[in-house]
Write a protein that binds this ligand. Structure first.
Ligand SMILES: O=P(O)(O)O[C@@H]1C[C@H](O)[C@@H](CO)O1
Ligand SMILES: Nc1nc2[nH]cnc2c(=O)[nH]1
Length: 390
């Protein structure tokens, strides 16, 4: 029943947690439902105490919802009201979507074809911009910009510091496609959906991927602002039985059981380490092991002690699903973490991790992150890599 389904919802912005007594609910797929009907497991619904007229409700499409959702995230409820042309207060909620089935190949193809038909560029290098690297996309020339809500089948970014656009353009003459903002599992997305843009890139012809993130430093020799080239990862959610590859395997992407022992390309790492001196970054660039935890909580002291003992250098909330999917479909991967904060491993302190600190460090190191990303893209484009050559 409706009420049981509601108990499983995660309110994104809503101010009403109980579905009001009204007979008119609009689902994100455009269906109307009435009280007492069983709701589909994953939808967005919109209603309101003095909600918009039903003619407006009827004209609201899925894309409208996504626009409204983003506007509301950016501008508070005023943005949503403006879009609803004078409607009253609203409630917007989204279900936890962990039980969704991964998109079939054809849906990924649809997203890829949409983008290919709207840009003349054919990038072979993809970039996923984590916190702090988003402004790299502003440096691209001849840009074609696609807000995620306009791309068929794409999720939307909901985190501060993640713009939510696919930007295709050239960087120092090299065609690249940049995700300016990514998807995290703590936003309510299943792991396969966090990583689905990687498959879209693959079907568009991308065969090398640069992935970046913000992470907390566990290695006590690290400092805030260091950049850690990822040499390996620990897939903690994989330990718990979750994976972006969970479910039926589609051989068109890759094998059922992909190897992960060489996930982060050694040649790219070595060349980058040799060349960072030219950028004056030799004292801040490190190498290390990244672990992804689901978030959104930062770690307890006991959790950090555990991670240190098992050889983790930095901890974050992303990257691993994208890398697993990229490696599954044969992409060459390079990844780095910006150490935005040092993890707090003392019990007797008032200090605590915060997203504000993450954003502040990321902003402070923006220019160096861009310099490093440009270098890696140059190496990727010039070192004669041929997909499938390993
Ligand atoms: O997308 P990334 O991994 O850069 O974002 C990090 C991890 C969380 O989303 C957030 C925590 O402050 O920053
Ligand atoms: N899990 C986790 N993610 C982060 N992202 C940036 N800093 C951190 C951190 O300290 N922990």
């Amino acid at each position: 029943m409706v009420t049981q389904q509601l108990a499983r919802r995660v309110p994104l912005i809503g101010h009403e947690s109980v579905l009001p007594e009204t007979s008119n609910y609009l689902m994100s797929d455009g269906q109307h439902m009435t009280t007492g009907q069983t709701c589909p497991s994953n939808f967005v619904w919109l209603t309101g105490v003095n909600g918009p007229p039903s003619s407006l409700l009827q004209s609201v499409t899925r894309a409208h919802y996504r626009r409204m959702e983003r506007k509301q995230l950016q501008n508070g409820r005023a943005g949503l009201r403006a879009l609803a042309s004078g409607g009253g207060s609203m409630c917007l909620e989204q279900t936890v979507s962990g039980d969704e089935t991964p998109y079939p190949y054809e849906m990924i193809e649809e997203s890829a074809e949409f983008l290919l038909s709207r840009t003349k560029l054919r990038p072979k290098i993809g970039v996923i911009c984590g916190s702090g690297l988003g402004p790299l996309a502003e440096q691209l020339e001849d840009r074609d910009i696609f807000p995620y809500e306009t791309i068929p089948n794409f999720p939307v970014s909901t985190v501060a510091g993640h713009a939510g656009r696919m930007v295709i353009g050239t960087l120092d003459g090299v065609p690249v496609m940049c995700m300016q903002g990514r998807f995290h599992s703590y936003e309510g997305y299943p792991l396969w959906k966090c990583a689905m843009p990687v498959r879209v890139m693959k079907l568009m012809g991308v065969d090398q991927l640069l992935v970046t993130n913000a992470a907390g430093g566990i290695n006590r020799e690290f400092n805030i602002g260091d950049i850690m080239i990822i040499k390996d990862h620990i897939n903690m959610q994989g330990f718990a039985g979750d994976s972006p590859l969970r479910g039926r395997n589609d051989e068109r992407y890759g094998p059922r059981f992909p190897a992960m022992n060489n996930a982060y390309d050694k040649t790219l790492r070595q060349k980058t380490l040799e060349l960072v001196k030219d950028l004056g970054l030799q004292d801040v660039v490190r190498e290390g092991v990244y672990v992804m935890l689901g978030g959104p909580t930062y770690e307890t002291v006991a959790e950090l002690n555990l991670l240190r003992v098992v050889g983790v250098d930095a901890v974050g909330m992303s990257t691993v699903p994208e890398v697993v999917v990229a490696r599954h479909c044969g992409m060459r991967v390079f990844a780095f973490s910006l150490i935005t904060n040092m993890c707090i491993v003392e019990y007797d302190t008032e200090a605590k991790a915060s997203h504000t600190e993450v954003i502040e460090t990321a902003t402070m190191r923006q220019k160096d992150l861009q310099k490093l990303a440009r270098l890696i893209i140059k190496i990727m484009s010039e070192d004669g890599y041929v997909a499938g050559d390993e």
